[in-house]
Each structure stands twice: as C-alpha cells, then as structure tokens.
Design a protein around this ligand. Structure first.
Ligand code: GLP
Length: 241
C-alpha cells in the first residue's frame, strides 16, 4: 500500500495522472467511478485535461460503485445522474459505456447479479477510484460487511444517512434507507485501487485503513490484502497515522 500525504488540491492531480497514464496507453480501459465529494476534484481535473489536451474516454468503459434504492429516475442525487452531471456528460464518453447498479429494478437481487456479470464481461476494472466514509465504509459496504461480499442490497447506517443528508437538503428523512453496492470482494478484484480522503473527519477511518487490523468493523481494511493500492490523503486525514 502506497500512502501519499499532500495538500488536498494536489491529490486530485495525482489521481488524474494515474487515470490519464492508463487511458493514454490503453484507451479501452475499464474505470471504476465513485460518488461522494472526495473524487469531485479528480473529475474536474480530468474534464480540464479532456478539453485542453484531448484526453479521450471514447473507448473506455465505466462502472459506478453503488446506487440508492428507489430514487426516481430524474432525482439529482441518484448516483447515475450525479456521475453524468459531474463527469461523464462533460467528456466524449458515450453514456451507455458507463454503467451502474439499477436501484429501480423490480428484481433487485437479479439486478445485482447482472451487474456483477457486466463487470466480469468487460474484463474487470483496471483502476477503481474510492472515497471512504467516516465509519470506514467503501462504496456502501458498512461496518460488518463481509470482506468477501459481492454486489448486493444493503441498509444504510444512521451514520451514513446523517453524513449524506447534506446532499438531501440537510434532511435525513429524504435519504434512502437501502442501496445496491458492489461488495468488498467485487471491489478487491479491481487491479488498482486509488482511494482519496481529505479532512479531519476521515482521520480515524484512514488510520484504521492503513494501520488497523483487517476487520469487517472497518470495511476499508480489506484493502490491506490488495497488491496495488494508492491512498491519497491530506494532512488532516493523515493526522492519526
Ligand atoms: C458515500 C458513498 C461512498 C463515499 C462516501 C464518502 O457514502 N457511497 O462511495 O466514499 O460517501 O463520501 P465523501 O467523499 O463525500 O466524504
């Protein structure tokens, strides 16, 4: 595990460098996309490079990590819409080449299985961007998630619903109760994991991720088993290392 401690702005540039290098060499790469505020600056940096130096996503494929269950198609916080709005719509990336779990499927269990198949059929994820929750969750794998878990339905913890209420007019009651999420086993199959974290509220989760014992209590610690992990953190998020 490589841990890089830099000012927050530089972290986005470093993550964008990893993705750009991969795309320039392998335009057909499969990218794993994350939502939340952590990767936003990475997306902005990649959009800038697309505009200014022609970095192309036209042949890439993308898979998002997770999705809320039950948000209507046009809801701005539906992750599919968030990723389109913040990133994909600003690139030369055909929308149909970016996929996410279907939180509106009638049969959610079948939707999870078919999402796993899609990722597999694409050859697996080359670079997976990740944020981390203050309780150590990655994607929506909350504490207690099996380290071998696959894409499935999960309940969100009160902590995560409280953390994410800021995207729902500050109203926790508007935050969905269930989600579909790639499992820790699914995420671990990506060939390079790039996690970003900034701010003091992530410090304990980052401490556990890097130095804690591997445990479902802190789901991100599964990354300690992975052969190629880059953890990009600012001073505040690194303050307990
Ligand atoms: C959500 C997402 C996670 C993300 C986490 C942290 O719960 N499902 O994928 O890592 O939030 O979000 P942020 O980056 O906004 O702190």
């Amino acid at each position: 595990m490589e841990v890089v401690i830099r000012p927050a702005d530089e972290l986005a540039v470093l993550a964008a460098d990893v993705i750009e290098a991969r795309l320039r060499e392998h335009p057909e790469s499969v990218l794993g996309l994350a939502t939340g505020s952590s990767p936003l600056k990475v997306y902005q940096e990649l959009i800038r490079r697309h505009r200014e130096s022609g970095l192309s996503f036209a042949r890439a494929r993308g898979f998002t990590l997770d999705e809320y269950v039950g948000l209507p198609t046009d809801h701005p916080e539906r992750y599919r819409n968030v990723i389109a709005e913040e990133f994909v719509d600003h690139l030369d990336w055909p929308a149909e080449q970016v996929r996410g779990p279907d939180g509106l499927a009638e049969d959610l269990i079948a939707a999870c299985a078919s999402y796993e198949r899609e990722i597999k059929d694409a050859g697996g994820v080359d670079i997976q961007l990740l944020g981390i929750g203050s309780d150590g969750h990655i994607a929506f794998n909350e504490p207690g998630s099996s380290l071998a878990s696959r894409t499935r339905i999960k309940s969100l913890t009160q902590q995560t619903r409280r953390d994410n209420a800021r995207f729902f007019d500050g109203d926790i009651d508007q935050v969905p109760v269930h989600c579909l999420t790639q499992g820790l086993g699914t995420i671990s199959e990506a060939r390079h994991l790039v996690l970003l974290a900034a701010g003091e509220e992530k410090a304990e989760a980052v401490h556990q991720l890097v130095e804690g014992p591997v445990s479902a209590r802190w789901p991100a610690t599964v990354m300690q088993f992975h052969p190629h992990v880059t953890v990009l953190v600012d001073e505040a998020a690194a303050s307990r290392l």
